[in-house]
Ligand binder design. Structure first.
Ligand code: NI
Length: 129
């Protein structure tokens, strides 16, 4: 008997997860798909321009409005919309109002990519608010 036959997998409610922390620009891990993390974050204001040299990054808006800036121009995301930032492409996220997003990217990817700086934060488990 495999593990999958002994227990049903947990259901994750994204709204509940978002209700369990208030810190902005601080990713929380809410699940995993193989070696990818499913993460959520609350963002407001403007992040830093950065690049992820080794991976694409999926950004899905749950609530609010997200601007993703590229050197080629901006995209605007409403709830239910996502963009995949291609690996190696410089980008910067911004939101006028507090916006909740879901991210999908490999475990260990740093939020500020190659840029570093004070906004760099490792993704944390949801339990540690
Ligand atoms: Ni990024």
């Amino acid at each position: 008997m495999t593990v999958s036959e002994t227990a049903v997998p947990p259901v994750v409610n994204i709204a509940d997860a978002l209700g369990r922390f208030t810190e902005q620009w601080a990713q929380r891990r809410i699940g995993g798909v193989n070696d990818y993390d499913v993460k959520v974050a609350k963002v407001q204001g403007e992040f830093v321009w950065h690049t992820h040299d080794d991976t694409d990054e999926l950004l899905l808006v749950i609530s609010g409005r997200l601007t993703v800036r590229f050197r080629a121009g901006d995209v605007e995301l409403a709830p239910g919309e996502f963009v995949v930032v291609p690996r190696g492409v410089e980008h910067c996220t911004a939101a006028e109002e507090e916006t909740s997003i879901l991210l999908l990217e490999p475990t260990g990817v740093v939020n500020t990519g190659n840029a570093g700086g004070p906004m760099t934060k490792a993704a944390r488990a949801l339990e540690s608010s």
